[in-house]
Design a protein around this ligand. Structure first.
Ligand SMILES: *[C@@H]1O[C@H](CO)[C@@H](O)[C@H](O)[C@H]1NC(C)=O
Ligand SMILES: *[C@@H]1O[C@H](CO)[C@@H](O)[C@H](O)[C@H]1NC(C)=O
Ligand SMILES: *[C@@H]1O[C@H](CO)[C@@H](O)[C@H](O)[C@H]1NC(C)=O
Ligand SMILES: *[C@@H]1O[C@H](CO)[C@@H](O)[C@H](O)[C@H]1NC(C)=O
Ligand SMILES: *[C@@H]1O[C@H](CO)[C@@H](O)[C@H](O)[C@H]1NC(C)=O
Length: 673
């Protein structure tokens, strides 16, 4: 016990003695120093501490990164301290700048909630004036904020927990003759400031002077104030600065600080870094002689260029906006923003192109959000309103397994749909033609479950029944965590629960179209389930639903093949060899069977997405089907029948979608994209 006490005593003594001798001096700031920097503050290569650059509405902080012991006990008296620094404020527009520099003593080096602009990076609207801030500051303020009773736009003030100064004065200094001289804080000229606190007498003195002048005898601002309720035992010292809507570069060139001393160590002014050339304004006469005439010529010339530029931009960024669209509100995005986001729809940023248009990658400038922009051409105005309203209503859907639609934009003959960007692209590129990267079983079964959840949401969980109409691997996108997300609702048409589906023409992709869909042209949730079945098979087998062997012109139907293997009792031979051998055979078999069941030619025999989800999650057991059950009831499993239907179908409605001059076989092989 006694020993412990002794250690504590010794430790305290050590702390005390270390605090007594603490002082530091920076004649310019080395790149790696004990200065901790936040916000837009930096140390420039030539050793200037630049608190802000000309970015507006920002804060910059720089603190000595070790805490300083201001009191020997938590409730004790604040020790004397002294500091001096040289600063300069370089405005972008002469004599106009925001918002000044403050020397700060604060409980931490971050001031995380502090606001820019008139709050000078010290406080925010709620914390300003609160005694729990424990912030002591000397402000060199260059803007008059009437809410803080500022005297003018060029003053020095003592701030205690608030931007309403306890006392302030016009910036200036008392020279040796006892004359007061004004100083302009914004002037790109370095000036020196001294701040002294006398612990026993509680006197705070603030002095300033132009560079190379001695420390004035008479303070500019002085008060007597016991700081023991403001300053905690351990605090940090540093600088804060902020820009508002007008900005300036705020610099500190040199700084020294000492605790328990009357005077901070003197700065060696000859060693201070130099402010860079643009700080010296050009002389007026020279400016008048050559500047004004050349500027006028440049001005006239540039206004002509500007007018041409504006006219061109008007044309370039022209959009179409009808009255009915204003009701759709915020889903409408500006073409200009999309143009800049995609860097002008460069070929380099093309993510893909398919039957519906080209998809570009982009980054929204303001939010840095990555987007995918789909450009769909539309020729007629007919049905446009319905189409756009529908897309917007779909945009309100939110589900983790759907690709979020962020908005749209419309120009002449062109509709742009903006989706969140999915970094891992579409699923098909992980499946076919010996891909470079492939997915293992765990990843594939996760994607299958994701897509099933997404489709279930469309069918049953949203306020309307939404039929996707184009479920396939190339419409499944993978996000950053390889979650599957259903995309491309461009085709989906929603209809209210209970109402009869009104459809006119067949859309979709060969190999995923249910037989009754091609016959009647009616899309239902059951036709989506059919496509989902084809999707299941393609994910497990790594093959497209329909492949045409180029040499023999023979058609390979995945469905028939898997069914045949099952019939022969070796369904697991269908599994994609690229998937590796690490998978649960029971699970794979179950999914293949669900795939076959979904592909049943009789829509009534297909499960609903709710049932599918139950099977996949293992909540319901797939009853013991035998191949016989399916073939007895379903007659879809005949190669020639299937293909002749598809050929007819291709010839009629789907042909519109294959705009390039590709052959039937190519189109079939490309899966309709
Ligand atoms: C100001 O500094 C920040 C952070 O270092 C930087 O992001 C920004 O581009 C700078 N602004 C200007 C105008 O240099
Ligand atoms: C203001 O700062 C305080 C802490 O100092 C923080 O709790 C609060 O959320 C901030 N308020 C705003 C509006 O940023
Ligand atoms: C001062 O700040 C503290 C802590 O942030 C808060 O609990 C208190 O309500 C504030 N007081 C006033 C008067 O705003
Ligand atoms: C100093 O500035 C104050 C306020 O801006 C002004 O009233 C005064 O005339 C100035 N004095 C000199 C000597 O320029
Ligand atoms: C600063 O501290 C050092 C020890 O760290 C000491 O030798 C020196 O005298 C101090 N200087 C001043 C001006 O206090």
């Amino acid at each position: 016990m006694f020993f412990k006490l002794l250690t504590i005593l010794f430790f305290n003594l050590l702390m005390k003695s270390s605090s007594e001798t603490l002082n530091f001096t920076y004649n310019g700031f080395p790149q790696r120093s004990d200065i901790s920097i936040q916000g837009i503050a930096t140390v420039t290569p030539n050793g200037l501490l630049r608190l802000t650059n000309t970015t507006v509405q920002q804060t910059g902080h720089a603190f000595y990164d070790k805490s300083i012991r201001f009191k020997n006990s938590p409730n004790g008296r604040v020790s004397s301290f002294s500091t001096t620094f040289v600063f300069a404020i370089h405005p972008r527009i002469p004599r106009l700048s925001g918002h000044g520099i403050a020397f700060v003593i604060a409980p931490n080096t971050r001031l995380p909630y502090a606001a820019p602009s008139q709050y000078m990076g010290l406080f925010n609207i709620t914390s300003n004036g609160n005694y729990t801030n424990h912030v002591f500051a000397i402000e060199l303020d260059t803007i008059r904020s009437t809410e803080f009773n500022d005297i003018n736009d060029n003053h020095v003030g003592i701030d205690i927990n608030s931007l309403t100064s306890v006392k302030s004065s016009v910036a200036g200094w008392w020279d040796k003759e006892g004359q007061f001289n004004n100083l302009t804080l914004i002037g790109s000229k370095p000036m020196q400031v001294w701040i002294d606190y006398n612990g026993p007498t509680h006197t705070i003195n603030v002095m300033m002077a132009p560079l190379n002048e001695e420390k004035p005898k008479k303070p500019l601002v002085a008060i007597v104030r016991d700081l023991s309720s403001v300053i905690l035992q351990d605090m940090f010292v540093g600088f804060s600065s902020a820009t508002g809507s007008v900005s300036a570069e705020h610099y500190v060139l040199g700084w020294s600080f000492a605790i328990n001393r009357r005077e901070a160590p003197p700065l060696d002014l000859s060693k201070l870094p130099k402010l860079l050339p643009p700080f010296h304004p050009t002389r007026i006469s020279y400016f008048c002689k050559f500047g004004i005439p050349s500027i006028s010529i440049v001005l006239i010339f540039s206004s002509i260029v500007l007018v041409c530029f504006i006219a061109r931009r008007r044309r370039m960024f022209a959009e179409e906006l009808d009255d009915w669209e204003t009701a759709l509100g915020k889903n409408r995005l500006r073409f200009k923003d999309l143009y800049y986001a995609t860097r002008g729809f460069k070929e380099k940023d093309l993510l893909g192109s398919g039957g519906f248009g080209r998809v570009y990658k982009g980054v929204m400038l303001e939010t840095n959000l990555e987007i995918a922009v789909k450009k769909v051409s539309h020729d007629s105005r007919q049905g446009l309103k319905e189409f756009v309203s529908e897309i917007v209503s779909i945009g309100r859907m939110s589900h983790p397994n759907l690709v979020p639609l962020l908005g749209y934009c419309r120009r002449r003959g062109e509709l742009l749909l903006v989706y969140e960007y999915m970094p891992n692209g579409s699923l098909d590129k992980y499946l076919y033609n010996t891909p470079e990267v492939t997915l293992n079983w765990k990843q594939r079964s996760k994607v299958i479950l994701d897509v099933a959840s997404g489709l279930f949401y469309l069918h049953e969980d949203w306020e309307q029944v939404v039929i996707h109409r184009d479920v396939k691997a190339s419409n499944v996108l993978l996000d950053g965590e390889l979650n599957g997300r259903l995309g491309d609702f461009g085709l989906a048409r929603s209809y209210d629960h209970g109402a009869d589906p009104q459809t006119t023409n067949v859309v979709g992709t060969l190999g995923y179209l249910a037989p009754e869909h091609t016959r009647t042209g009616r899309a239902t949730t059951a036709t989506d389930v059919f496509a989902f079945g084809a999707f299941l098979l393609e994910v497990v087998c790594g093959r497209r639903p329909i492949e045409i062997q180029h040499e023999s012109d023979e058609v390979f139907l995945l469905l028939d093949w898997v069914f045949g293997l099952w019939n022969r009792g070796n369904i697991l031979d269908a599994v994609d060899p690229n998937m590796g051998s690490e998978y649960n055979q029971k699970e794979v078999e179950m999914i293949l069977k669900v795939g076959l069941l979904c592909s049943h030619s009789d829509p009534r025999a297909r499960p609903s997405m709710r049932q599918v989800l139950n099977y996949l999650r293992g909540d319901a057991k797939l009853s013991d089907l035998s191949p016989l059950d399916l073939s007895r009831n379903g007659v879809m499993f005949g190669v020639q029948d299937g293909f002749s239907e598809l050929r007819k179908l291709y010839a009629s409605s789907v042909s519109k979608r294959f705009t390039s001059g590709s052959s039937i076989a190519d189109s079939l092989l490309s899966g309709g994209r």
